[in-house]
Design a protein around this ligand. Structure first.
Ligand code: MUC
Ligand code: MG
Length: 384
């Protein structure tokens, strides 16, 4: 073992950033996003970066930015302090043995370990994951301003700028008739050639889903995401059998075990995989391998991460042999600002996969200090 690469410290900082516009989902409307930024310092002087986000605090799932920070500060950092920073698998096994759940915290820490190791070896993270099979990733955009006319203008501008040509609509907050009318209005506004997908974020019960998906099929929607509650796998399976439009599991599929169970139940045609829901980059690849084996399509999901989390995901999805449904790694574009020196490059409807060592990103420490939530209390502490 290289004794000069022990883990010296891991810290987690909450950063609150404004979004470019309100982002309306079934369970919450975002006007700012909180990033949990992880810095892992090793004894060879290398600092690895990681990130985790949630959507609307505890509105989307069971982990909040505050609980992620607490899991890292209180449990994961002390466990890893002093251990070998060059062996990512051994470090994460050590964490797995003592920390149940907390996949978001694990993902951020594993990302930081991989970033550090990539910098150490002079290799991009995707090379550590076995190698990229694509150098750019198709990226859709979510139209979620809450206003159909504004959504149509936004989509037309993005097509014109060659940034996105597939659009996801967020429904489920309103009643069914209003939601379907919203999708139909956007379909009319953009024409039949633009691919639209729909994310219900678990909002429907099964009878509503039967009516809703039938109406969405008639509107020519290309993919329907998580129409019913994540734990209601039987309903998801019945819907997948009933309809031709591909059904995508999102909140229902976290890791390889979920991927296996859902495939065994024939519950979904496509999985939206997210590094934080899976518990890291390697766990995402393991879930992807199960999907491949079961003939389930793959889609690179987001929890609206900033540049660090989104690029961690980009390295994984670049390394997936099959990625039939593209990605939605647009998080950095939804944020007004970020905490990296150079933000990711989007061009020709795709996100360019970074080729530099590690994640290929550098932290902007001034921005981190400016946006960190505890800025005012820290300033008092420093001047006291
Ligand atoms: C989700 O459920 O898919 C992804 C895109 C977006 O707008 O929200 C997220 C979460
Ligand atoms: Mg979703």
């Amino acid at each position: 073992m290289n004794s000069s690469a022990r883990i010296e410290s891991i810290d987690a900082v909450l950063v609150d950033l404004p979004t470019i516009r309100a982002h309306k989902l079934a369970m919450t409307t975002l006007s700012r996003q909180t990033l949990v930024i992880v810095r892992l310092v090793a004894s060879d002087g290398i600092t690895g970066l990681g990130e985790a986000t949630t959507i609307g605090g505890l509105a989307y799932g069971e982990q909040s930015p505050e609980s992620i920070k607490s899991a890292i500060d209180t449990y994961i950092a002390p466990l890893l302090q002093g251990s070998d920073g060059t062996n990512v698998n051994a470090a994460m096994l050590r964490v797995a043995k003592s920390v149940q759940g907390n996949s978001f915290a694990k993902s951020a820490v594993e990302t930081a370990l991989l970033d550090a190791q990539g910098q150490r070896l002079g290799l991009p993270v995707h090379a550590l994951l076995g190698g990229a099979v694509r150098s750019a990733l198709p990226v859709l955009w979510t139209l979620a301003s809450g206003d159909a006319a504004r959504d149509i203008d936004e989509a037309n501008a993005l097509i014109e700028a060659r940034r996105h040509r597939v659009f996801k609509l967020k429904i489920g907050a309103g009643d069914l008739a209003a939601d379907i009318a919203h999708v139909q209005a956007i379909r009319r506004g953009l024409g039949d050639d633009v691919m639209l997908t729909v994310d219900v974020n678990q909002a429907w019960d099964e009878p509503t889903a039967v009516n809703g998906i039938a109406a969405l099929e008639a509107t020519g929607v290309g993919l329907v995401e998580q129409p019913v509650a994540s734990r209601n796998r039987r309903a998801l399976a019945r819907l997948a059998q009933r309809f031709d439009v591909p059904l995508m599991a999102d909140e229902a599929v976290h890791d390889a075990i979920d991927a296996f169970d859902l495939a065994a139940a024939g519950a979904a045609d496509v999985y939206a995989l997210k590094i934080s829901q899976a518990g890291g980059l390697w766990p995402t690849l393991r879930a992807a391998a199960v999907a491949d084996a079961a003939g389930v399509g793959l889609y690179g999901g987001t929890l609206l991460e900033g540049s660090i989390g989104s690029m961690a995901a980009a390295h994984v999805f670049a390394a997936c042999p099959r990625l039939a449904f593209g990605t939605e790694l647009f998080g950095p574009l939804l944020l007004k600002d970020d905490v990296v020196l150079e933000r990711p490059v989007y061009r020709d409807f795709e996100l360019v996969v970074p080729q530099g060592p590690g994640l290929g990103l550098q932290l902007d420490t001034d921005k981190l200090e400016f946006y960190r939530r505890d800025r005012s209390t820290r300033a008092v502490a420093v001047t006291a």
